[in-house]
Design a protein around this ligand. Structure first.
Ligand code: ADP
Length: 160
């Protein structure tokens, strides 16, 4: 079975992330969306809120393919999580050239740590290529409308 891990902060999940997941389930039979506990970042939403938003968004937007997507919180190395769930692939999204350098470094590092796990990139749809969780939080903080950028449940959490 082709199994992939899609790791990220997802603070919060956006339509850009969902677009990557939608593309990944076409290629992989099982996709584990893994919420990373990153000690370097102080998230707006805690692990459980981020996980809850992902689950709601998946059932709202993915339809029956949502049954092939697992969700989890993890801390530690992505490759360790990949091994734990027997995933042969790490999925990441690319928006623009600016993502590339960091992603390339991560992919090489992960391959060094776990040669049996390969990294696969999906390019998001153009309409989501400007989206980032950071931007969404910034807009919401100043009362802007984020309803076209994030799933409904996230928009409610951001404004409520
Ligand atoms: P991280 O902190 O690991 O970068 P993010 O949640 O910000 O976590 O992003 C997870 C992955 O999703 C990264 O590969 C990132 O490039 C990708 N990503 C984020 N936003 C988008 C988007 N709008 N379109 C495509 N990929 C995206």
């Amino acid at each position: 079975m082709r199994v992939a891990v899609y790791p990220g902060s997802f603070d919060p999940i956006t339509h850009g992330h969902l677009d990557v997941i939608r593309r990944a389930v076409v290629v992989f039979e099982r996709v584990h969306v893994a919420v990373l506990v990153n000690p370097r970042k102080s998230p707006l939403f805690d692990d459980e809120q981020r996980l809850g938003s992902i689950r709601e968004a998946l059932s709202e937007t993915l339809g029956e393919a949502a049954g092939r997507v697992e969700t989890a919180v993890f801390d530690g190395l992505t490759v360790d999580f990949a091994r734990r769930v027997q995933a042969g692939f790490i999925v990441r999204g690319l928006r623009a050239v600016s993502d590339f350098e960091f992603e390339l470094q991560m992919a090489h590092t992960n391959r060094k740590l776990a040669p049996e796990v390969d990294t696969v990139f999906f390019m998001t749809a153009l309409e989501y290529s400007y989206l980032s969780s950071t931007l969404v939080k910034e807009i919401a903080r100043f009362g802007g409308d984020v309803s076209a950028m994030v799933p409904a449940a996230v928009a409610r959490r951001l404004t409520g």
